[in-house]
Design a protein around this ligand. Sequence first.
Ligand code: AHR
Length: 501
Amino acid sequence: MAKLTINDNHELNRIEPEIYGHFSEHLGRCIYEGLYVGENSDIPNVNGMRSDVVEALKEMQIPMLRWPGGCFADEYHWKDGIGEKSKRKKMINTHWGGVIEDNSFGTHEYFELCRQLGCKTYVNGNVGSGTVAEMSEWVEYMTFKGVSPMADLRKENGHEEAWTVDFFGVGNENWGCGGHMTPEYYGNEYRRYQTYVRNYDPDHPIKKVCGGPNVDDYHWTEGVLKTCFDHLPEDYHGSMDYLSLHYYTHPEGWIEKGSATEFDEETWYKTLKKTLWMETLIKNHSAIIDQYDPDKKIGLSVDEWGTWFTVEPGTNPGFLYQQNTLRDALVAGINLNIFNKHSDRVRMACIAQMVNVLQSVILTEGPKMVKTPTYHVFHMYRHHQGAMLLDSALTGVNETGIGEWQVPEITESVSRKDGIITITLNNLSTKDSKELDVILTGKDSYELVEANIVTSDDIHTYNTFEEPEKLTEEKLSGVSVNKNTLKVTLPAASVVEIRIK
Ligand code: AHR
């Protein structure tokens, strides 16, 4: 019998809300069409931001939004994206389809979007093709309250008040599209660039993100940290708040990644097995970080993750547009449970990208919008944001799968906020439902608050613009609570949230 034991007398650490963060890049139809349609659009908008998308993201409780890239960030020159729109310099978006970027969405528009969303800001700076002065001036432009050349320029451009930059990325993937640097070279560049990311607002110090490894590149993690930490004063920690980690799930190879919607059962398990590897990556990179930062002052920021499939047939290959099925819901549920479980070190994460690109929570087509299965998982899991992780463990859980692609039948994580315990569970099996007993050790009896589920009889189910609600969050019936024991049957291929008090 599968059993989940929750020691609810034992709170481990806070699950930072930013683990549920998102990523918006100037890539395909993410920014333009997906988020920003301009003030003169027929699509309902507020200051150019489409209202349907903003409303949906607020309902999902988006805590933080990273911008402007990705690879785009290391080619982005922020001064091209301010001032009178018609006069803004155009550029070629060399990474993503070679299209002309007209810079009509720039710094002011990003902060307006975050204002409407009510979320924290994560701006990614340009190390690859930018200068220290450019980065330093951007920070002054955004955050300096007094009289200064950049603050005055911001005011001339219509924004009197300084904005709050919560997180600032010092380059992106500098081992690859961000400059093809060696870890030691980047480590030195990080030290130099971050020095000039000044904290002008003592009430809101900017948290700095150092560019971390690609997948299992432990050499990068070691090389960057060694370079940054050697011979430095004790207070060096203040200059690096996060180290990033990027890992995407693509079931087949890097070139032919596999279809988002057409896959067999073996590929289902292969996808989930590859997703589960995230835990190993976090453990191994954390072990290296522990050597430099045993007190865990530096957070791991998994600021690019999610599925990456072959683009939807008939769409621009440079736009990376893909559909999103029940399989993506499981990928989201598994990853988020892993992040929760390791939230002593993982303090931030961004699924890529929020709208119309890889594992998006929202897809749009003209005035139409659909919430993907991944959206519904984020909506259910929102209760973990800012909650305390509880000590929990599964027993009696076997492996399931096909051939070499064996995965645990269930994954879980548990937290408590405002006296309510949230349990999130995934049944990874394509066919078998699973009975689970949940035993709580904190008090004699509990009562059910709510139980929700994302599932379907067909693992390929996805939402279309014609049928936007084929797969949504539904109420889960049949959960019984008797004293300190809860019984639930997890349907095959499901993501479940149970809340009790
Ligand atoms: O998400 C697409 C790209 O993947 C990002 O721009 C880049 O950072 C990563 O390689």
